[in-house]
Design a protein around this ligand. Structure first.
Ligand code: FE2
Length: 430
């Protein structure tokens, strides 16, 4: 007897007609024919069951603040940072909690099961830290929220950032962040990477830095990040976020850099929606794309997970917590158009991002948490193509969000009564 049983599901690996039995919050059976005995039974109607979407890079202290106190008129990263500085002085802990909880509701409804959020600690009152620690506690039953102590104004450039970062870690923020390309000099940037990696090593913490989020090909802090990771034995525990300068780097230099990153087992976290919007703003034509070398990093064995970064905040005025939008953009900008590449883009917003965050119990396997999404798509590629409807969101055995099957009813003589987007799927291409 199961608590929850899904029948007639398609799995990401292509198996069809599968049943998934869940008990006590865990997946206890995945078989073709399971006797239908369960407290709750969901007929998946042949649609895709996939593990939760995972967003490994977000800014929850800024989300849904669009227009407060004003709009970003230039659209640049730097005006966004300046605008965020204005917002920080007027927002309260309660403001941030309210906005963040609203975003978490949206994220859950869109099938996100885990978010790694950076939280700005360059504010002596640590308003964002206190707010997001409270949010983390409130959403814990259904959303894994990791927090990164993020010195937005530079851990060395801002006079109290280093002290504040340590205070944030002492309060329970669990990951060390950084922004070496925003320090005053290249030397200070490298020094900040060393300082922050040593701090993480001393405390047994992970590292996730905004690293080289610039179009300057000489912004090479990821090199120091890789070297420090290896020196301090932090392999597999360090992520480089954005890494956009790699887009503009000299190919010969990159041929040395990528193996160093692989040796350090860095995780790479591009943010396709934001970087295609913010980068290349100083270019005339041709304009650079501002996405790191996703395919090359992947081919070198580096784990690459896509993040969303921003939704309706000083940097990005769009977004709807849809990791399939993120995958769709990453696929296009990276020209990842083969069948294998497109399937990989689905992994980049699910399993790869889960790996970057070090999530446990994640996946569609017996023994994993009974956490998954039922998507109105027949396979992962179609899920990206359609930015598929989330029919059911299940977390630890409980159905926490449901959306009806999307279809349009037709009033055309001689045509079917209704049409569903997923009905166009080519099922025999592979
Ligand atoms: Fe970011």
């Amino acid at each position: 007897m199961f608590d929850l049983l899904l029948t007639n599901a398609t799995l990401p690996d292509g198996r069809t007609g599968m049943s998934i039995g869940c008990k006590d919050g865990k997946i206890t059976a995945i078989e073709r024919d399971i006797p239908s005995k369960a407290a709750t039974i969901i007929d998946a109607q042949g649609f895709l069951i996939a593990p939760p979407f995972v967003d490994p890079h977000f800014h929850m202290d800024a989300t849904l603040s669009l227009g407060t106190p004003r709009m970003n008129t230039s659209g640049t990263l730097l005006e966004g940072i300046a605008l965020w500085g204005e917002l920080k002085t007027v927002q309260s802990v309660d403001d941030i909690i309210a906005r963040a909880l609203r975003y978490c509701d949206l994220a859950v409804s869109m099938g996100i099961g885990a978010i790694r959020s950076h939280v700005d600690i360059c504010d002596d009152s640590l308003t964002g830290v206190d707010a997001l620690l409270e949010v983390r506690k409130q959403v814990a039953p259904y959303l894994d929220l990791q927090l990164v102590a993020f010195p937005q104004d530079g851990v060395l450039r801002d006079p109290t950032a280093h002290e504040n970062l340590i205070r944030a870690l002492d309060r329970g923020v669990e990951i060390v962040g950084g922004i070496p390309h925003f320090e005053r000099t290249m030397e200070d940037g490298a020094k900040s990477v060393r300082l922050l990696c040593e701090l993480a090593a001393d405390r047994g913490l992970r590292v996730d830095m905004h690293c080289d989020e610039t179009d300057d090909p000489m912004s090479r802090h990821v090199e120091t990040l890789a070297a420090e990771t290896t020196r301090l034995g932090l392999q597999d525990r360090v992520a480089g976020s954005h890494l956009t300068s790699m887009h503009s780097m000299d190919n010969y230099y990159v041929s040395k850099l990528i193996p160093l990153m692989a040796e350090a087992e860095l995780h790479a976290i591009p943010n396709p929606l934001i970087n295609i919007m913010l980068q290349g703003r100083h270019d005339s034509y041709p304009k650079r794309r501002g996405q790191t070398r996703v395919g090359e990093l992947r081919d070198a064995g580096i784990n690459v997970g896509f993040g969303s970064d921003c939704v309706m905040d000083p940097w990005y005025s769009l977004g709807k917590a849809d990791m399939l939008d993120v995958a769709f953009m990453g696929l296009h900008v990276g020209q990842l158009s083969s069948r294998d590449d497109m399937r990989w883009c689905f992994d980049a917003v699910t399993v790869n991002s889960a790996k970057a965050m070090g999530l446990e119990g994640y996946g569609i396997e017996v023994g994993c948490d009974a956490s998954f999404n039922l998507l109105q798509a027949n396979d992962p590629i179609e899920a990206i193509r359609l930015r598929a409807n989330r029919l059911a969101v299940v977390r630890k055995g409980a159905v926490i969000a449901e959306t009806p099957v999307l279809q349009s009813n037709l009033n055309l003589s001689g045509r079917p009564d209704a049409v569903q987007p997923a009905s166009y799927a080519p099922k025999t291409l592979d």
